[in-house]
Each structure stands twice: as structure tokens, then as C-alpha cells.
Design a protein around this ligand. Structure first.
Ligand SMILES: [Zn+2]
Length: 134
């Protein structure tokens, strides 16, 4: 059974990466709730955080503040929300652990569940900008 995130990590599918380290990567969500919506994932495939060691769960969350700051600086967002779903009933769509960082804007009343479609160029530009701010 294939995993889209493992395919992105293997370079088989496009990913708008702006952060990589030995164990984690961060990239822009292709179907963002709002501009700058990003995902932080461990390189190693696990479906749920309960399949990971506590240390690994701590490590992936520990990079979130630094990445969130860069996203806020790059987008001018006023705030951000985190989302982390485990299992289909929780609306986890891709069965590879991921943390959503969702920028929030005072000027917009973005609806949580509504996804947009961004162009590849927009995502590429934004990924570059966030990378330069980390
Ligand atoms: Zn995977």
C-alpha cells in the first residue's frame, strides 16, 4: 500500500519543502485551509503518534514553534492553529503522522473545513520565502 507522504519524501511526487533535517521535513499543504498551511512530518512512516516512541513524538513537536514563526513572518498571519489527527474517524486522510500548522488571519473569516487549491508557482514562491526566514 502506497503512502503519498513517503512518495513525496522519495521524490516520486512534488513537495513544496521549506525545511529538512535528519528526521523531519516541512512542506506546504497542496490543499490549504489558508495561505501558508503547512505540514511537519517525521521521515519515518508511522500512521499514528501512538505508534511512535515518546521521544520521537517530542522531537517532531519540538521543531513546530520555529517553523510556525517563519510561516507567520512569511505570510503576515496574525495567529496559527495546530492540528494533529490520528485515524480515519479523526479525519486523518494520509496515514503518515503529520502536524498541520494553519495560519490564521484577523481579516479573514476562514472556514476550517474549506480547502483551497493553490497554484504550483504560488506554493513554490511561498516555500522559498518561509525557508529564508527559518
Ligand atoms: Zn508514509
Amino acid at each position: 500500500m502506497g503512502c503519498i507522504f513517503c512518495d513525496i519524501l522519495d521524490g516520486k511526487k512534488d513537495g513544496y519543502f521549506f525545511y529538512e533535517d535528519e528526521h523531519h521535513v516541512a512542506f506546504l499543504d497542496k490543499y490549504p485551509i489558508d495561505v501558508g498551511h503547512s505540514l511537519v512530518i517525521p521521515r519515518k512512516h508511522h500512521e499514528r503518534i501512538t505508534d511512535m516512541t515518546s521521544e520521537d513524538v517530542g522531537n517532531v513537536f519540538s521543531i513546530v514553534p520555529r517553523i510556525a514563526k517563519a510561516i507567520l513572518n512569511a505570510t503576515g498571519a496574525d495567529a496559527f492553529s495546530l492540528g494533529q489527527n490520528n485515524g480515519r474517524a479523526a479525519k486523518q486522510i494520509i496515514p503518515h503522522v503529520h502536524i498541520h500548522i494553519i495560519p490564521r488571519y484577523n481579516s479573514k473569516g476562514t472556514v476550517w473545513t474549506k480547502r483551497q487549491i493553490s497554484s504550483g508557482d504560488e506554493l513554490l514562491e511561498l516555500a522559498k520565502k518561509i525557508r529564508s526566514l527559518i
